[in-house]
Design a binder for this molecule. Structure first.
Ligand code: PMV
Length: 345
């Protein structure tokens, strides 16, 4: 018999200033800033069943199917946090999870899935008699980080900042925070169309990727650049400067890939159509003077960023010129989101 059950829906996020390089227990080597998405999310339900043994145990159904590989990863994660959550040793966890986007679309799901799971664990903690933390979201963000670094940013709506930033008292390396001041209305509901250039699984695991920064010859320059760009971006968000916003987003995306290309071993994750899309976006921007730019994750897919108020014109361009460059003409029309939501049965 299930005694407790909880469901959270949690979104993915896309970093404008990237987190690339970590130390210790998931501590970032530089602060990052992201947009929380809305349409790309994971929905996770965790139900608890009382058991005798004290061993942490869970079973996972992902979109209705057993996934031993994910189950093993989650089991390792639960074991690593078991001392903070006594219920993990009293109950078996029945976990059911699914994504709003196709698993094999090349979109990383660790941010949405680990944030959804951390929110479930933190909610179950208080349901089973644990002491409620002073800051529920901050606490959930900390545990999401332990599952996957970037997941800690998915806890907040709109913009999130993770990592200590000089001048922002509440910022932290252990949890993300919501963007602390008001931003310009021109950044309301930023649009992010994710162009699926290739559905292939990631070529470099996140852990291996971050490790590349431990001995990278450009490491110190990189961490300094990220800090400077984050500070500039905070000013840009206040001022409503789309042109500077695009410059920062594109510089960060290309720097992330240049770091991968120039590391040892080297990874080249851009596909010919990634480059074709980037060139088409820049030519369109030059031609029309419309504020449209891009960012990239650690893969070949392109996130096209543009303001809500130019949605119609940019969508036209995407459909005519960019979709033909996507695998099976697939794109996900996403935008800045409201953050995670607990769903009541
Ligand atoms: O959260 P991780 O360990 O999968 O790392 C994410 C790294 C990037 O997606 C490339 C950048 C970022 O800040 O999200």
């Amino acid at each position: 018999m299930m005694e407790y059950k909880v469901t959270w829906k949690s979104p993915s996020n896309i970093a404008l200033v990237k987190y690339w390089g970590k130390y210790g227990v998931q501590i970032p080597k530089n602060p990052s800033l992201s947009i929380t998405l809305e349409e790309a999310f994971t929905r996770t339900t965790v139900a608890l069943e009382k058991k005798r043994s004290k061993k942490v145990s869970c079973s996972l159904l992902f979109e209705g199917n057993a996934k031993p590989q994910f189950e093993e990863k989650i089991s390792g994660y639960l074991n690593s946090i078991k001392d903070d959550f006594p219920f993990l040793q009293q109950y078996h966890l029945h976990i059911e999870s699914g994504n709003s986007f196709p698993h094999s679309s090349g979109i990383a799901s660790s941010a949405s899935s680990m944030s959804a799971l951390a929110l479930c664990i933190c909610t179950l903690h208080t349901m089973t008699g644990g002491k409620p933390p002073k800051d529920f979201l901050g606490n959930a963000s900390n545990y999401a980080r332990l599952g996957s670094g970037s997941a800690c940013r998915s806890i907040y709506p709109e913009f999130s900042i993770w990592g200590k930033v000089a001048g922002i008292e509440s910022s932290s390396n252990k949890m993300a925070i919501a963007h602390p001041v008001e931003y310009h209305k021109d950044f309301t509901d930023i649009q992010d169309t994710i162009l699926i250039v290739s559905k292939k699984e990631k070529e470099v695991s996140s852990r291996a990727g971050h490790d590349l920064m431990n001995h990278h010859p450009m490491a110190s320059i990189r961490f300094r650049n990220a800090r400077q760009r984050l500070n500039t971006l905070l000013e840009v968000l206040k001022a409503g400067d789309w042109s500077e916003f695009i410059e920062i987003a594109e510089a960060e995306a290309l720097e992330l890939h240049s770091l991968m290309m120039s590391s040892s071993p080297s990874f080249l994750l851009l596909e010919p159509n990634t480059v074709a899309i980037i060139k088409a976006i820049r030519a369109f921007r030059e031609r029309t003077k419309l504020p449209v730019g891009f960012t990239l994750d650690a893969g070949p897919n392109v996130h096209v960023l543009y303001p809500y108020f130019e949605k119609r014109k940019v969508r036209n361009f995407i459909q005519k010129e960019l979709l033909p460059l996507c695998e099976n003409q697939v794109a996900i029309y996403d935008h800045m989101g409201r953050g995670p939501l607990q769903e009541l049965a």
